[in-house]
Design a protein around this ligand. Structure first.
Ligand SMILES: Cc1cc2nc3c(=O)[nH]c(=O)nc-3n(C[C@H](O)[C@H](O)[C@H](O)COP(=O)(O)O)c2cc1C
Length: 157
């Protein structure tokens, strides 16, 4: 199976999650992990699985990956399995009622990313998934790299 992970990252945490997924998939698949700026349209040729990932900032993905997915031609992901993930802060640890309210309405980056993938014709391979970081700069929360590896493998099984 040929897989591509496109990820954005401001402080390196989403990159660590993306690379954990790449490592996990590399055992049995041809897999690349790239930033939006390195994307080339021919990378979609013969692709079986596309994973998109971004940090959640202000409830949304970063502009770089959003713009890239928005700019893909219509139906360019037809026949490709797609899945989206984000990194986020665990609101249970923040324990702020106003934040709970906003998160309830506006959510996290993975859902709008997944919507963009499907809008370009991709077939959802899993629900949008979030992986926790301990704070704005990280680090990635304990066990999340391992959970990301398992999640990525579940997309190809
Ligand atoms: C400007 C800004 C806005 C943020 N907004 C949110 C948010 O709405 N929800 C959330 O869970 N985390 C939020 N965060 C925390 C980020 O999710 C966290 O910095 C990110 O997961 C780290 O990943 P990265 O190292 O790949 O950038 C925000 C961080 C910044 C800098």
């Amino acid at each position: 199976m040929k897989a591509l992970i496109i990820y954005d990252s401001a402080f390196g945490n989403t990159e660590q999650i993306a690379l954990a997924m790449q490592n996990a998939l590399a055992e049995n698949n041809e897999v690349s992990a790239i930033r939006p700026g390195d994307f080339k349209p021919e990378m979609l040729n013969g692709l079986d699985l596309l994973i998109a990932g971004s940090p959640t900032q202000k409830f949304n993905p970063l502009k770089g990956i959003s713009d890239l997915l928005n700019a893909l031609p219509q139906k360019s992901l037809a026949g490709i399995k797609v899945a989206a993930f984000d990194t986020r802060i665990d609101i249970k640890k923040v324990n702020n009622k106003a934040l709970n309210f906003f998160v309830y309405f506006f959510g996290y980056a993975a859902k709008p990313l997944a919507g963009k993938l499907v809008a370009k014709g991709g077939s959802p391979a899993a629900s949008p998934e979030g992986f926790f970081v301990e704070g704005t700069n990280g680090p990635v929360s304990p066990g999340e790299r391992e959970r990301a590896s398992i999640w990525a493998k579940s997309l190809v099984s």
